[in-house]
Ligand binder design. Structure first.
Ligand SMILES: C[S@@+](CC[C@H](N)C(=O)[O-])C[C@H]1O[C@@H](n2cnc3c(N)ncnc32)[C@H](O)[C@@H]1O
Length: 264
């Protein structure tokens, strides 16, 4: 199976992301965002799949606060998976969590394995949204929910020059798609009760606060960890991201859909 081209989330980048976004998180908003996009979905005692678990912050939260039966976090990065396992051990949650390093491609799980499939800001890295939506649908039990957040494009076709400059500065492999593309992928897979909630207004404010913290309270400590050159680069990424957010080109978004109770 061919590996999608993908720049690693290395130790320096994850140090910056965790400092800004909290222990175990490589995406904004922390546990509050997780609770918001999962609001109203039954989790207690259920089997949950987390696609692109990163450092495991979502999974620890689901095990600790929502008392899921089992959360299975998958990621393509073996170093991150090891860090998830250490975090689960630190929190005494090794019995309700498992972390598996996977190859990009079809989800390595049997049909109807999970009551809930979630993902926080990771589907952006997976180019084929239609194939992924169909695969998520397959692995859900009838009546199960897919609920996630992701970075979406506020455009069809080519990005604005400012958005293009942000994507180059970020340097990660992003397969950005519009909300309409996600909706069509979820519909084609068979999902019902599809809901797509734009979070651009919230994150425009939040991103400025994060950037100011990086320039201010976090600067010295982070610069001693990752070096001022790398930190200045990341602050520049945030500056460019804020312009892309202001233009509406980059749109953090909550997504959900349900697998019909009577489904094959
Ligand atoms: C922005 S991070 C988000 C991590 C975590 N969900 C969070 O919110 O903190 C995206 C993650 O997706 C992972 N990833 C990229 N492509 C993937 C794929 N095809 N399958 C599973 N995980 C993938 C990356 O290794 C990275 O850990």
């Amino acid at each position: 199976m061919s590996r999608e081209p993908f720049q690693e989330y290395d130790a320096d980048l994850t140090a910056v992301l965790e400092a800004v976004w909290g222990e175990g998180f490589m995406s904004p908003g922390g546990t509050h965002e997780v609770d918001t996009y999962l609001q109203g979905i039954e989790l207690h005692g259920f089997s949950v799949l987390d696609i692109g678990c990163g450092l495991g912050g979502v999974d620890i939260h689901l095990a600790k606060q929502h008392r899921v039966g089992m959360v299975t976090g998958i990621d393509i990065d073996s170093d991150l998976i090891e860090r998830c396992k250490r975090l689960a051990h630190k929190h005494g949650l090794t019995r309700q969590t498992e972390f598996i390093c996977v190859e990009p491609g079809p989800l390595p799980f049997a049909d109807a394995s999970f009551e809930v499939v979630t993902s926080k800001d990771a589907i952006i890295h997976i180019a084929d949204k239609n194939a992924l939506a169909a695969d998520i649908y397959r692995t859900l039990k009838p009546g199960g929910w897919f609920a996630a957040s992701d970075w979406l494009a506020g455009y069809e076709g080519e990005p604005s020059p400012e958005m293009a400059a942000y994507l180059i500065a970020e340097g990660l492999d992003f397969g950005l798609r519009s909300g309409n593309s996600y909706r069509l992928a979820l519909e084609a897979a068979g999902f019902v009760e599809i809901d797509i909630v734009d979070r651009n207004e919230w994150y425009r404010v939040e991103a400025r606060r994060e950037r100011d913290q990086m320039r201010g309270a976090l600067y010295e400590c982070l610069a001693s960890q990752v070096g001022s050159e790398f930190l200045d680069h990341e602050i520049d990424v945030w500056d460019k991201m804020i312009i892309a957010l202001d233009q509406g080109q980059l749109r953090p978004t909550h997504l959900r859909g349900k697998k019909n109770q009577i489904a094959n």
